[in-house]
Design a protein around this ligand. Structure first.
Ligand SMILES: C[S@@+](CC[C@H](N)C(=O)[O-])C[C@H]1O[C@@H](n2cnc3c(N)ncnc32)[C@H](O)[C@@H]1O
Length: 273
């Protein structure tokens, strides 16, 4: 087994738009809940950071039809899917870690992406600096680190092999153990001192998923990707069998055949002076 994963899991993650869109209803709901709370008057320039296949970007463009809307993403596959639908949104292939806008923005929107980018204590102030006076930074990130699905993901790496052995490399385990999103208090303290207002809240969605291994299918399209990308075929098969078994026990199917998957998310809207 070769230690191929970079310390930053975003560097090697391969995105699969088809798998990601399998749960598009559940994924779009927090995107819309975030958008619903954004209060910017007649914005001219909007960027959707980590736009993926562009579902939320298109909602943004519909809400403000006269604005220039840009979708930014580092996955060519996601951008191809986004650009396949006609419209006047401009799609930009860029890594948020190095990206800066060509003009200051009225709204920087980012749904389910910034947890893939490290060093939030630098990232968030940098993004605020790209806003026009009165502009908004609107962010939604999953608070899944302590959820059973993600705890079991790490535990199965540590002891899910034959005889309770570890699967995969030590580097992979360290990379996956990173706490991707800090506490709400951390973001409040980081932002409140330099902005006009911070609207911050958490929501736990009790998602109803269908199929035999729905929680496994869900994480396969997001949080599990760095792990799956790093494994060889034998490791991947062993890991998925054991992790799937643990997930079925943690999230039992209800009598009607659906599985309830509680999922907590953090929402932040910071408006600058
Ligand atoms: C979970 S998807 C969210 C997509 C979209 N915002 C949505 O709500 O459906 C995360 C997206 O972030 C992108 N992404 C992750 N890290 C990135 C980075 N450093 N720079 C640009 N895009 C990134 C991925 O390519 C992927 O399309």
């Amino acid at each position: 087994m070769s230690p191929r994963v970079q310390p930053d899991p975003t560097a090697s993650t391969h995105w699969d738009p088809t798998l990601y869109l399998k749960f598009s209803d559940q994924r779009l709901r927090p995107a819309l809940d975030l958008l619903d709370r954004v209060r910017v008057e007649s914005p001219e320039t909007i960027y959707d950071l980590g736009c993926g296949s562009g579902n939320a970007t298109r909602m943004i463009a519909q809400r403000w039809p006269s604005a220039s809307v840009y979708g930014v993403d580092s996955s060519r596959e996601m951008l191809e899917q986004a650009a396949a639908k006609p419209g006047k949104i401009r799609w930009i292939d860029a890594d948020i870690r190095a990206w800066s806008p060509s003009e200051t923005a009225d709204l920087l929107y980012s749904n389910a992406t910034l947890h893939w980018v490290e060093r939030h204590e630098e990232l968030f102030p940098r993004l605020l600096g790209y806003l026009k006076p009165g502009g908004c930074l609107a962010v939604q990130m999953p608070l899944s680190w302590s959820a059973p699905s993600h705890r079991l993901m790490r535990e199965t790496l540590a002891n899910g092999g034959a005889g309770g052995k570890a699967i995969g490399s030590e580097q992979l385990r360290q990379s996956v153990a990173r706490v991707w999103v800090a506490s709400a208090e951390f973001y409040y303290d980081l932002l409140a001192r330099s902005v006009k207002s911070v609207d911050i809240w958490q929501t736990e969605y009790l998602q109803q998923l269908e199929g035999r291994d729905p929680v496994l299918e869900w994480v396969k399209s997001t949080g599990l990707r760095p792990i799956l990308d790093d494994f060889d075929d034998e490791e991947r098969t062993a890991y998925l069998a054991e992790y799937g078994r643990r997930l079925r026990s943690a999230y039992p199917m209800r009598p009607d055949g659906r599985t309830l998957y509680p999922f907590r998310r953090l929402f932040i809207i910071a408006t600058v002076y």
